[in-house]
Design a protein around this ligand. Structure first.
Ligand SMILES: Nc1ncnc2c1ncn2[C@@H]1O[C@H](COP(=O)(O)OP(=O)(O)OP(=O)(O)O)[C@@H](O)[C@H]1O
Ligand SMILES: [Mg+2]
Length: 223
């Protein structure tokens, strides 16, 4: 589902350049949940952004769901991010003035989905993440764990092939974080999605099919 080959990504130039990735390679099979660990600054977010088509590498090749990202162009990348990749961020990233249901429906609106189909999919996703009763609440009226569950539902709205999550439990307490992660584990199975999740959370690492460690821009160990 994902093949990343010899990725290099630097920020800045000259002596002050930061080499965030220096030859990172990673393969992820369809349906796999891979956890990406590594200390702060190791390059995790950089790698996720490249795989999700939010940023381009200086060197190397990325294939997602059969598409070579370097060949997609701006519009192709836009479509990839809209239709084939779902993102979950540490900070949830919900739209404050929209209800939980409306937030989940945003990607479907962007794609111009039929309103009836959209409402059905939103209802199903809210049920999946256990928030049917909270559909009409805005993010500010939800707990952190509930907000992250809305964000997860939104990321799944367009049935992405790949789910990318950057420290999705970092802002949550241990118990809530575990609940969100268990939910992520469940939806990866039920929705048949492939997932790449950056995390420091040991509980979360346990739920992954595989743990990959980044150190100084390189993959150092896999188990
Ligand atoms: N936009 C940027 N401009 C300059 N340097 C950057 C930029 N983004 C990241 N870096 C640098 O690249 C390196 C890798 O950063 P990255 O955000 O990928 O690490 P991370 O593993 O996600 O860390 P954390 O666990 O703290 O989120 C760091 O040294 C960081 O300072
Ligand atoms: Mg990061």
């Amino acid at each position: 589902m994902v093949r990343a080959e010899d990725l290099h990504r630097s920020y800045g130039t000259g002596p002050t350049a930061v080499h965030a990735l220096r030859g990172t390679s990673l393969d992820i099979a369809r349906g796999e949940l891979v956890a990406l660990k590594g200390r702060s600054g190791a390059g995790k977010t950089t790698l996720l952004n490249l795989v999700g088509g939010l940023d381009a590498p200086d060197r190397g090749r990325i294939v997602v769901d059969g598409a070579d990202l370097s060949e997609l162009g701006e519009n192709g990348l836009l479509e990839l991010r809209r239709d084939r990749v779902g993102f979950v961020f540490q900070s949830f990233g919900l739209i404050p003035i929209l209800t939980a249901a409306e937030n989940v429906g945003v990607p479907l609106r962007l794609r111009g989905a039929d309103p009836r189909e959209r409402d059905e999919r939103v209802a199903l996703l809210l049920a999946l993440v256990g928030l049917t009763e909270h559909a009409a609440q805005r993010p500010g009226e939800l707990s952190g764990g509930q907000q992250q569950r809305v964000a997860l539902a939104r990321a799944l709205a367009n049935r992405p092939a790949l789910l990318i999550a950057d420290e999705p439990t970092a802002q949550l307490d241990a118990r809530t974080g575990l609940m969100v992660m268990e939910l992520l584990r469940t939806v990866v199975r039920s929705e048949g999605v492939t997932a790449l999740v950056a995390t420091h959370d040991p509980q979360l690492l346990d739920l992954a099919d595989r743990v990959v460690e980044l150190n100084d821009g390189r993959i150092v160990a896999e188990d």
